[in-house]
Write a protein that binds this ligand. Structure first.
Ligand code: PFF
Length: 461
């Protein structure tokens, strides 16, 4: 190999970078919304169970597969389970490619709302402006959409270009503490609002009568997306771990931080919504609605210190999205670097540019562009954006995740996985036997249930 392999500089570097990948639009945009849709309490509890029983074991499996081979998704899976498993890695690389192509578009919206909110903070929120109209105007403006997503793509490429320790890890080290700080400020402000008590009850008081089977499957499906599992991102990040770093501890920290942030974001949003009379009936019927339609106005009418916190909130969304997009680009670029021997700088630019071509399709899905706005492959999913989102969330991540559990639980030998997990770095509480049981039985059965329900027509996008 002509390029020496870059590594995380320390365990903290790995944890921050992987947590950055995990914390993203899924935490700030999707989790609060599905919690809303599924009536809170019981759904949140089931989600926590899915995170521990399915997410955590698969996180460990992905990191160990990566660390063992020191190769990115395709090479790592081949080495772990046999030559055919390269296909599963390739499936993950493709998922990363597609997911990045449309994730960037939503990330671009956060830049737009950041710029707008700075204007509102100084000039006042325009009286009588319907936030829904503003949203429709911006998504319908082709030039604006292309500029925003181009800006975001360039930022993503610029980070990955500098490599693992000097690019990805450095950005995570700077941005994650900022992100935690902003969330804390928002949380303090939200808890001071009159609706916070109702929000906490809604989120933490479980009433199983309100939970439907679809909610259980949704919680399970989301635990994959939010932890960046099922497509080799964590295999790739795992491949930059040195032998001295503990997989078990790192996995625990990543999963705990991701879950904490999702809950905090939900408490913040619901406290705001419950504080405004009648707002809870008006919350628009989509995640887009909550983040980009309901909240902007509320920052300027209801939230204490909203003029400061409004712009900060949209910076937060942008930072969280960026630390996720860089992991997606890393999955694709590292394939070119490791398997095709393309130098990193060239691989990053080539992959970034190729993905951007598809970002254009996603960005123009809302502008009335023929074909892109009207395509309907999956019933009810109209337009390019919804089609690819449906395909990735419903088909690619669950099937990829299922295959990874089989690779780690059934195709790798007990010896091989035991050597990775019981290497002297694991904490005292860790039981290898428990992990093996979850990865062989619980995780594949749970993920299998998602796949079966998708085949039967359920929708997780
Ligand atoms: N975990 C990210 C989120 O919650 O927004 C989404 C994601 C990023 C999924 C990177 C997969 C991935 F490889």
């Amino acid at each position: 190999m002509n390029q020496p392999r870059d590594n995380w500089s320390s365990s903290a570097g790995l944890v921050l970078a992987a947590t950055g990948s995990a914390i993203g639009l899924g935490n700030l945009w999707k989790f609060p919304f599905i919690t809303w849709q599924n009536n809170g309490g019981a759904f949140v509890l089931v989600y926590l169970i899915c995170i521990v029983a399915v997410g955590l074991p698969i996180m460990m499996a992905e990191l160990l597969i990566g660390r063992r081979s020191q190769k990115s998704a395709v090479g790592a899976l081949k080495e772990a389970a046999g030559p055919w498993w390269g296909i599963v890695g390739g499936w993950g690389v493709l998922a990363g490619f597609i997911l990045l192509s449309y994730y960037t578009v939503i990330a671009g919206w956060s830049l737009y709302y950041f710029a707008q909110s700075i204007g509102w903070s100084f000039g006042g929120y325009p009286a009588g402006m319907a936030a829904g109209d503003l949203f429709n105007e911006q998504v319908g403006n082709a030039g604006l959409q292309l500029m925003l997503s181009l800006g975001f793509s360039i930022a993503t490429i610029a980070v990955v270009y500098f490599g693992v320790s000097k690019g990805i890890e450095r950005i995570a080290r700077i941005f994650l503490p900022i992100l935690f700080g902003i969330l804390l400020l928002l949380l303090v402000s939200a808890l001071g609002m009159s609706g916070s008590g109702e929000a906490l009850r809604f989120i933490f008081r479980a009433n199983f009568g309100e939970l439907e089977t679809s909610g259980v499957l949704e919680a399970l499906g989301h635990s994959f997306f939010t932890l960046s599992l099922g497509m080799g991102a964590m295999i790739t990040y795992g491949s930059y771990i040195s032998r001295k770093q503990s997989i078990v501890k790192a996995s625990g920290a990543i999963v705990a931080l991701d879950t904490l942030i999702a809950l905090v974001a939900t408490v913040i949003m619901f406290s705001v919504i419950f504080s405004v009379a009648g707002m809870s009936d008006q919350v628009s019927g989509s995640p887009v609605g909550m983040l980009f339609i309901s909240l902007p106005e509320l920052f300027y009418t209801a939230v204490p210190f909203g003029v400061v916190l409004g712009p900060l909130f949209y910076v937060l969304v942008a930072l969280a999205a960026l630390t996720s997009t860089i992991s997606l680009l890393e999955v694709v670029s590292s394939y070119m670097i490791d398997e095709r021997r393309v130098p990193r700088h060239k691989a990053t630019i080539l992959c970034g540019a190729a993905i951007f071509v598809f970002t254009i399709f996603a960005a123009l899905s809302f502008t009335g562009t023929p074909f892109l706005a009207t395509l309907e492959i999956f019933a009810g999913k109209i337009g390019w954006f919804s089609t690819v989102d449906h395909f990735v969330s419903n088909w690619m991540l669950p099937t990829g995740g299922f295959a990874i559990t089989l690779a780690a639980g059934w195709f790798m030998t007990r010896n091989a996985t035991e050597r990775e997990l019981l290497d002297g770095t694991e904490p005292r509480w860790f039981r290898y036997g428990a992990w093996r049981f979850f990865i062989r039985w619980v995780a594949p059965l749970a993920v299998g249930a998602i796949i079966v329900s998708v085949i039967l027509g359920r929708d997780f996008s």
